[in-house]
Write a new protein. Sequence first.
Length: 385
Amino acid sequence: MTENPQGSNTRFVHAGQAFEPVTGAVVPPLHFSSTYAQDGIGNLRGGYEYGRGGNPTRDALQAQLAAAEHGTHAFSFGSGLAAEDSLIRAILRPGDHIVLGNDAYGGTFRLIDRVLGAWGIGNTPVDMGDEAALAAAIEKNKAKLVWVETPSNPMMKITDIAKAAQIAHAAGALLVVDNTFASPFLQQPLTLGADIVVHSTTKYIGGHSDVVGGAVIVKDSELAEKIGFIQFAVGAVSGPMDAFLTTRGLKTLGVRMRTHSENAAQVAAWLGERKEVERVLYPGLENHPGHDIAKAQMSGFGGMVSVQFAGGEAAARKVAESTRLFTLAESLGGIESLMNYPSEMTHASVKGTELAVPVNLLRLSVGIEDAADLIDDLERAFSAL
């Protein structure tokens, strides 16, 4: 596949989605078969042999994902962490090292530190905004992989992708960008110098809180071959229905992200005026330390807002348990608004480490409801403080 010059929404809707040639069905059929008839030994129809190795519905999604991120190859997995695990094992070996952000998603750090650490993969958390510290950590540990989240989860830190890529490449390391929070609509890391993009497609790409999945996208054919082999050999692939639902979600990503971003901007501005609030973390605010970088490398600021409360842990917990439209739940990126208390939920696994999340912080995934209703919901919750 070559890079598609068409606009984002056109790529989302049409890449990998040619109409079915027999009936003319505009939506490609959903293929559930686990195995495929062969026209003689080793003579495969369309290259399909067994569902773990290939499935037309999954292949269509992978073509769509590659086009969305301006990549050449994409791989769809059963979850975001399955995608990350497969990626790391495809390119690293025991004794290798990863430098990652000191505010990484708790599940990513748990995978790298506690699961792959036992396999011999080392890691060093670092402030990705400190270029000297990043370069020093890569050099000291002879790191082969630099792992960036931007915006980060849940501290909403912004990393300059182009500069991080330059630093990583100068030391012979590859740059991975977790693009889950921004989505391919707002940010395309491969065009900024990143080598690999990962997603939890459960989030904005799926977009409806009804499917779990993950993805890895690359432009380099050698990397693609390594990742493809692990996908096939290990088999943590997305099932046909999951792939179908993810494809359906990706087709409307652009229109959803516009509303997520518009609503989040209004919610963040409202939070910034409240006396109960200590700090609002949203890159769309001009007082955010990463605002200028985000404005340069993103086409919008997304739907994620984190907020710290002047009343500490008690205030954060009270608000989290008092909303009606914002649902207290894990995950993010769905059309409905969700609220999360990371210290005890998504990031409980990093408590006691330098990646620990402040106990007075809530993470808001702002949905596509009417912004006025979301603010009214927060107003009622704040009145309980």
